[in-house]
Ligand binder design. Structure first.
Ligand code: SAM
Ligand code: SF4
Length: 342
């Protein structure tokens, strides 16, 4: 056996794998549960109780845990929330995360409200790409969905990200029947015009108001057919089985692409490589987990590296095989996307 083979084997032994053999390579870190928007499919309009600041992981704690996860084979980090840009000096966190040896991919998910003035600083800090949530291109509908009349700022924020050279810029749109499903073709036109990747996400039962009903889910395949009637689409070849979006480019060679994230109608749990760290320091092994694992407690008790690694491995081992959205016994998790970190 060559030295390289030996090293590969050693790496493979160190790598996090769940009890179904799935490698864990993608850590999503929520850095705050707070948000300046009130997307109805995520947060309630009023009466949201924020976690006390003392319960929220500090940047030092986030970095220490990220470093550990990366040393265990995680090579992709996504910073999310709540709204991550509400957290002070996000750029300094990005800068330190970007320097972690072994990290291949660092991304940020944001509502883009503050992006115009910060896109360049984030790029300079080492952020490579960005995902912006945007559910409607119509100002009134945008206000209805998000509780804020801020479409112009968000569109401007996306332009700022493009100008700053963040690449790719992805736009995520949660589609809800009867609310914004008529916007698919308009979003495809926007993708072509701006050269961005628009991804349509099926509405999931993770909303605080518990309004989710199966009839509100618009299958990604339905949206794809509607777009294809106007702009012929070609499948993009995808090598990474854990990618959540099925991607399509425009057959006429126009820039941009569209993608479909179909967790309800085409679950992708079999290839899930994701794990989540909540802003208050809990590990979640699935978006739909009904239990959480308190890693903050260990960290704050001063546990040594070995003990924390052991805790991470034992937690990963408990990762659920799949979600149960489509089963009659499905139980909606107590915490919403804004707390879990989408
Ligand atoms: N505030 C940032 C934003 O909106 O991009 C980051 C956090 S947000 C919770 C992350 C992603 O979760 C967003 O793209 C949002 O659309 C998505 N999301 C929230 N609730 C959802 C739901 N019930 N079903 C599907 N996606 C949801
Ligand atoms: Fe805030 Fe993002 Fe949730 Fe909208 S989806 S309320 S922007 S955390």
């Amino acid at each position: 056996m060559t030295f390289k083979d030996q090293m590969d084997r050693q790496m493979d032994r160190m790598m996090l794998r769940d009890s179904y053999g799935r490698p864990i390579r993608d850590l999503r870190i929520s850095i705050t549960d707070r948000c300046n928007f009130r997307c109805f499919y995520c947060m309630p309009a009023e009466a949201m109780e924020w976690q006390p600041k003392s319960e929220i992981l500090s940047y030092e704690e986030i970095l220490a845990l990220s470093e550990l996860f990366v040393s265990l084979g995680v090579d992709k980090l996504r910073v999310t929330g709540g709204e991550p840009m509400l957290r002070r000096d996000l750029e300094s966190l990005i800068e330190r995360l970007a320097r972690l040896p072994g990290l291949c991919d660092l991304a940020l998910t944001t509502n883009a409200h503050f992006l115009r003035n910060r896109a360049k600083a984030l790029k300079d800090a080492g952020l490579r790409r960005i995902t912006v949530s945007l559910d409607s291109l119509d100002p009134e509908r945008f206000a209805l969905l998000t509780g804020r009349n801020e479409l112009a700022q968000v569109l401007d924020g996306i332009d700022a990200a493009i100008e700053a050279g963040l690449k790719p810029v992805k736009v995520n749109s949660v589609v809800i029947r009867g609310v914004n499903d008529d916007q698919a073709v308009a979003f495809a036109a926007y993708a072509r015009e701006r050269g961005v990747s628009v991804r349509f996400i099926e509405f999931m039962p993770l909303d605080n108001g518990k309004v989710w009903r199966r009839e509100m889910v618009v299958p990604g395949e339905e949206l794809r057919a509607r777009i294809n009637d106007v702009y012929a689409l070609e499948r993009v070849k995808q090598d990474n089985p854990s990618e959540t979006a099925r991607r399509w480019r425009f057959a006429d060679g126009a820039p941009g692409e569209v993608g479909f994230i179909n967790p309800v109608t085409q679950p992708f749990c079999g290839h899930c490589s994701r794990i989540r760290l909540t802003a208050d320091g809990m590990i979640r092994t699935c978006l739909f987990s009904t239990v959480e694992h308190n890693i903050k407690k260990l960290l704050r008790q001063g546990a040594d590296r070995e003990r924390i690694v052991e805790f991470i491995r034992a937690t990963v081992d408990k990762k659920e095989e799949r979600h149960h959205i489509n089963d009659p016994e499905f139980v909606q998790p107590l915490r919403t996307m804004s707390c879990i970190g989408g």
